[in-house]
Unconditional design. Structure first.
Length: 507
């Protein structure tokens, strides 16, 4: 009992510490998050705002990607939109840490030292990119699987009454979380059935199906979703080895390339150590699930139904489950304790770097957002920003300004040309510049010639020339080296700093 109390205190401390970077910022610097905040603002205020009605349309539809969209309504009533989004983003890493701990308790009976090495992956690249619906559903899937293991002795209808609605809720948050739950529970049940009756495949298949059907029911929702109007979005980049390798290398990408790659090497080496050591017991069901996640990451396309990184989002899940699958056969085995201590030191070190990075992002965000002090309510803003260069030690840490401009929607009910518009897959529809090349993402991106080997000026001037000035009141340049670019003609500069500038378009 005393050991369990210490473990609970340890996990509670890790979960609390994972909040630290968010306590230092006003807007979580997750790449896509400001863009999503713009959509939430339109969703919540469109019915009563003529300014928004002029520029946007919003169409509710059933889809497996509505987690935060549904949560934000009641929370924003209590806290306001920006604080509600902050709260949701901040609570996802602690929620995921508790989910991993519950799996370790349910399967191993204690917190495995190797599970502690999985904690950095709660801040993995998909989270840093702002895929909050995906990350929320993944966290809920971990908790649901831990409960599934503990409920192994329940009767069939009791399991159905609990897990059928839970699976549907996870699917509604994001289809990936439901798929993760299905793989975890399926691998767990397959291993149990194989251990019980390895030579009776038909009976084993029937037993697995009889147990899994409650969490398999959302397949009906998938059919409705893909068959209906929401079936838009492209699928591309099957078996692209460069993107697969990039997804693996980027899995812990954050503030420092050396630290992030060293963390990845440590996690990979620890998995190898676990597999090779006889003193480590690997839970076969979890190991099978980790292999299945790795296989799915290899087989799925990069873009699926309009969502990028469809394959590489599973890589951090594969690492988390693989690390949680092992435990030392002897609780006092020194190499395992050493591995756990190193994992904690690594987590705390990465957390300190992330907190410093968040403070730097917050300072930059506040500085650039001063441009909105010069913008009236209902303004139309054309945004331009440069495409990213190839990844190197210098460009590993990104500015995360990709969708900062969407806070103009939140704070000024403005129109910006950087919102996503994927027919059938996006609830939000931009209207203001329909028929032009400046209505939606990626119209704000200025492509770089030969991957930054040549000056950006010709492409920048070409985008300025293509700008339909009659449609916009302002031009906002974000994340440029402004000293290297000529100022736009026929415009008055209202605000500028080292990386951004706001201009009023002269009529």
């Amino acid at each position: 009992m005393r050991s369990r109390s210490r473990e609970v205190l340890l996990i509670a401390a890790l979960a609390a510490l994972s909040l630290a970077p968010f306590l230092l910022v006003a807007t979580p610097p997750l790449v896509d998050l400001p863009g999503h905040m713009g959509r939430y603002f339109v969703q919540l205020n469109l019915a009563r705002s003529p300014l928004l009605q002029r520029d946007w349309a919003f169409h509710w539809r059933l889809s497996g990607n509505l987690g935060i969209d549904l949560l934000i309504g009641p929370l924003s009533q209590l806290l306001g939109l920006e604080r509600a989004v902050w709260l949701i983003a901040a609570t996802l890493p602690p929620l995921m840490i508790w989910g991993l701990a519950r799996i370790s308790w349910a399967i191993h009976g204690r917190i495995s030292p190797f599970m502690l090495a999985a904690t950095p992956f709660v801040f993995a690249y998909p989270f840093q990119f702002g895929f909050l619906n995906d990350w929320l559903s993944t966290a809920l899937a971990l908790h649901a699987f831990a409960s599934w293991v503990r409920a192994s002795g329940w009767g069939a209808w009791r399991r159905a009454l609990v897990f059928a609605p839970a699976a549907a809720l996870i699917w509604l948050c994001h289809v990936y979380g439901w798929a993760i739950l299905l793989v975890l529970a399926g691998a767990w049940e397959l291993e149990r059935a194989w251990t019980a009756r390895p030579s009776q495949w038909p009976a084993m298949t029937a037993r697995i199906s009889a147990r899994l059907w409650p969490i398999g029911l959302p397949i009906l929702l998938v059919v409705l979703w893909r068959h209906g109007e929401s079936g838009g979005g492209g699928t591309a980049n099957f078996f692209n080895p460069f993107l697969k390798l990039e997804g693996l290398v980027f899995v812990l990408r954050d503030q420092n390339m050396l630290v992030d790659l060293a963390s990845l090497i440590f996690a990979s080496g620890l998995i190898y150590f676990m597999v090779r050591q006889r003193q480590v017991r690997i839970e076969p069901g979890l190991a099978l699930a980790a292999w299945l996640f790795a296989l799915l990451a290899a087989l799925l396309p990069f873009s699926l139904f309009g969502s990028d990184m469809a394959d590489t989002r599973l890589i951090p899940v594969a690492f988390m489950i693989a690390l949680t699958s092992g435990k030392p056969r002897l609780e006092a085995w020194r190499p395992a304790r050493t591995a756990g201590a190193l994992a904690l030191i690594l987590f705390l070190g990465r957390l300190a770097l992330m907190a410093q990075g968040f403070m730097d992002y917050d300072r930059d965000f506040r500085q650039h957002l001063q441009a909105l002090d010069h913008v009236p309510q209902g303004a139309s803003i054309a945004v331009l920003r440069p495409a990213r260069c190839a990844v190197s030690a210098r460009t590993w840490r990104t500015s995360r300004l990709d969708h900062l401009d969407s806070l103009a929607i939140v704070r000024r009910s403005a129109f910006v040309n950087s919102q996503w518009s994927i027919p059938g897959a996006q609830s939000l529809e931009p209207l203001h510049a329909t028929g032009t090349d400046f209505n939606a993402d990626p119209s704000e991106v200025v492509r770089r010639p030969l991957n930054c080997a040549l000056p950006l000026t010709p492409q920048y001037l070409a985008r300025l020339k293509a700008l339909p000035r009659a449609k916009f009141d302002y031009l906002w340049l974000l994340d440029f080296d402004l000293d290297d670019l000529p100022p736009p003609k026929g415009m008055t500069r209202l605000y500028g700093d080292s990386r951004s500038a706001l201009y009023r378009i002269n009529r």
